[in-house]
Ligand binder design. Sequence first.
Ligand SMILES: [Zn+2]
Length: 383
Amino acid sequence: MWTMGLVMSVVGSVVLIATKSRKDLRISAAPLWKTGKNEIGSSGNFFTDIVDDWKNNEEETFKKFDVDRNGLLYRSEFDELVASLLTDPYGSPYQLSEEQKEELFCHADPKMICSPVTKKTFRLLWKNWIRKILSPVTALIIVDVQNDFISGSLALVNSPAGQDGLEVVPVINGLVTEIPFDVVVYTHDWHPANHVSFVDNVALRPLHPNYTKSPDEVQVLDIVHFDDQWGTEQTMWPRHCVQQTWGAKLQENLVVVENPVKIYKGQNPDVDSYSAFFDNSRRDHTELEMELRKRGVTDVYTSGIAYDYCVGFTSLDALDLGFRVTLVEDASRGVVDDSIAAMRTALLDKGAAIVNSTKVADMVSGRDRNARLAQYLMRTIKV
Ligand SMILES: [Zn+2]
């Protein structure tokens, strides 16, 4: 079980400071959500000025950057295009290294030999890269903002990192009420009573002969090795989010939009499911990928509980599936400091962006065109 005394003695004071600074960030940033796209006005940046009317600009764009009018974009011309495309909301270019610029240029060539971009290649690049950057189709995934993780049996505040899950609620409410996502997804951890992850269920299944503890010695956060056909290794948790109980309900102050997508995961008693896409052994999947695909979603924003488990694994799977992924860091809270840091690194290494909620409105509108997401997209598309 969670040991409150240990938590307080080890991390109590640090957590107080961290919590305060996160709140301050959120409060100071709130007015930026009100920055409507039209208030920014003409920036002098080609793509920023066409972002609201990009559809018929393919020809015009090619001509703009084909300075010598030879029907090809050479490296220097393509670099100019990238410098104009990958900019902050005010039209200032994000700084890319030479290696990053070269990678973008070479991936833009279907033969990958870094030759100049022809009009034919540009047509594909316009459709699969530039258009998605200027006009992303966006989904906000709100992961497991449920009572048990906030004030119930698995309340984050009692976990080793001592973070408060309740703090995600106003940040997420700000996102869903201020920003026009194309779809908003609410995921639910949704377990049957005999679920494999509950520490008080450990005696329900045979333990692997090599596992050294007896069922009475097993504690929360132990990784138990079960003797089943899959060789399941399962982190133990307090009983939580049992289907149809108060603990499995969304936190009452969380704003639920009209026509949301709701996803229920972890329903198989024998396998846990951190990701909202797949169970932990990828034996089964939810409807989430289908729901995103049928709406043409290009970009996924993730938030909720817990950063190092369900938010993190949902984000990693979204990347595997080819979506551009942005984790909204101040809209998420985690369980253990070290695993939060490890998840952060894993997400960045795989091509996700990690931002504060104040950045999201301009990213969703196509005015803030994140270089990291552009680079990830170029790697995943077939030009
Ligand atoms: Zn669970």
